[in-house]
Design a binder for this molecule. Structure first.
Ligand code: ADP
Ligand code: MN
Length: 178
């Protein structure tokens, strides 16, 4: 194929970041504003059993990346999706027109995750993930630099601004010539 994103009439956006940075909140507002489809990968994995069981140590499902990609392929080909997940290196590069990495100040994130019931290693692992910018590095390693954008997500104002910025971007997006 000559163009990596040819054929899509609407863009695909990936919203990634450490758990608690606001991916699901941001994605659902963005879906409402743009009429794109919000795909919450965590929910999909659970609902369609796209996993290889439960990871006792990390207290989460062991996601089966091949099953997830097979499940999403047709939808992604069609375009018009907002994919919400705390990982991004196993999706095909050609799927996305924009990769958004949400970032949250450590103490703010700590409070959010504590409220969600995270404690011990699960809490500290996620805070370290944010401190070391693991998701930003993963996104930069996996996608072209010019489609990756890091956005701050500390406050409600940040969410509103991020949704407005991304809505503008979606509305101005043009399909690539084939
Ligand atoms: P994620 O999907 O990345 O795990 P969520 O969207 O579920 O994060 O947000 C986790 C919690 O933090 C929710 O209670 C949400 O309301 C709150 N939250 C997320 N982002 C922000 C923000 N920028 N400002 C204030 N609260 C936020
Ligand atoms: Mn979420």
């Amino acid at each position: 194929m000559a163009q990596s994103s040819s054929g899509r009439k609407k863009p695909n956006v990936l919203v990634t970041g450490t758990p608690g940075t606001g991916k699901t909140t941001t994605s659902s507002f963005l879906a409402e504003a743009t009429q794109l489809r919000h795909v919450n990968v965590g929910d999909l994995v659970r609902d369609k059993n796209l996993h290889d069981g439960w990871h006792e140590q990390f207290d989460c499902h062991v996601i089966n990346e091949d099953l997830v990609c097979d499940e999403l392929e047709d939808m992604m080909e069609e375009g018009g999706n907002i994919v919400d997940y705390h990982g991004c290196d196993f999706f095909p590069e050609r799927w996305f027109d924009r990769v958004v990495v949400l970032q949250t100040e450590n103490s703010v994130l700590y409070d959010r995750l504590s409220k969600r019931g995270y404690t011990g290693a699960k809490l500290t692992n996620n805070i370290e993930c944010e401190i070391f910018q693991v998701l930003l590095e993963e996104a930069k390693d996996s996608y072209p630099e010019d489609i990756v954008v890091a956005l701050r997500s500390d406050t409600i104002d940040d969410i509103n601004r991020n949704v407005a910025t991304l809505t503008d971007w979606v509305r101005n997006w043009c399909p690539k010539p084939e």
